[in-house]
Write a protein that binds this ligand. Structure first.
Ligand SMILES: [Zn+2]
Length: 295
């Protein structure tokens, strides 16, 4: 998990004016024009409240047709424009990985404050966070809960860099490492010094089902590692060790740099190195080979 650079929102009002000017549907253009000043005012409030977005206050846009008129502008060409301009740096920093889960590929743009209840922020760059389909769906139209508390980390404003609240445990029986390896992720929210942030991170993990998703992804990662080592043409133990060590060290360093300390994949590879997992895998692969030769 890593904090991202804030998008460039300096041209947000200009962007809105331009969209209204180009609107072909006259009814939509009229509705948007009626709300233009209100939307720009709301952008200013967003900027003022960005560190406590739960205090943004309810939207005044209640009419469904007004909502449709505003929401119609969040189309393919707008999203493309965001990718290459306002969110360019954000996309570069994410390197294709969804910031909400740090696991799946980016496929869409999430509205941190949902567009259903707050249509005025549907085109506001700082409200747009690239995300995977799964996280976007799980987030749905939720943003604050019944206690008026935020439920998801905001990767532009919440400082979640290198806290160390996530850890991993790997258990296995060396006799049958392939079938018995079990990866367990553990969260220790008490390591997050700020109480406000602690609650948000905890809710974020629960609502996005992250622990379960990390455990599944880690099992797949280990299976792939196993297949890769087993499929080496050269079955010499030293050769397999060089390949295996190279791969896991490479992954560990890349992920730490890219995603920070509380990243499921970085932690997985760090732990694999620490417990000497590759050596156990090699023993297993070589034993299988010698068993094949005997038969
Ligand atoms: Zn995701």
């Amino acid at each position: 998990m890593k904090k991202l650079s804030e998008p460039d929102n300096s041209k947000a009002s200009f962007l809105l004016t331009d969209i209204i000017k180009r609107k072909r549907n006259k009814d939509y253009a009229k509705r948007l024009t009626n709300y233009k000043n209100y939307i720009i005012k709301r952008y200013c409030i967003y900027e003022q409240k960005k560190h406590k977005l739960e205090n943004i206050g309810a939207s005044k846009i209640m009419d469904e047709e007004d909502k449709d008129a505003i929401n119609s502008s969040f189309n393919k060409s707008f999203k493309e424009k965001m990718k290459t301009n306002e969110l360019k740096k954000v996309y570069q920093e994410c390197e294709g990985v969804c910031p909400y889960c740090g696991n799946e590929k980016i496929e869409e743009i999430d509205h941190y404050i949902p567009e259903k209840d707050y249509p005025e922020f549907i085109l506001y760059p700082n409200n747009l966070i690239p995300s995977c389909n799964k996280c976007n769906k799980k987030k749905s139209n939720t943003f604050i809960d019944s206690k008026h508390e935020r439920q998801f980390i905001n990767f532009y404003y919440d400082n979640i860099d290198n806290i160390g609240f996530l850890s991993v445990k790997i258990d296995f029986d060396p006799a049958d490492i392939k079938k018995t390896t079990k990866v367990t992720y553990i969260t220790d929210y008490s390591k997050i010094p700020d109480r406000y942030l602690r609650q948000i991170v905890e809710k974020h993990f629960i609502h996005l089902n992250l622990i379960h998703r990390y455990e599944d992804a880690a099992s797949n990662e280990i299976s792939e590692l196993f297949e890769m080592l087993q499929n080496q043409d050269n079955k010499n133990a030293d050769h397999i060790k060089i390949i295996g060590d190279g791969v896991i060290r490479g992954h560990k360093n890349t992920r730490l740099k890219k995603m920070g300390q509380d990243d499921w994949k970085y932690l997985l590879y760090e732990e694999l190195i620490k417990i000497g997992y590759i050596d156990e895998l090699i023993k297993y692969v070589c034993n299988q080979e010698s068993a094949k030769m005997v038969t």
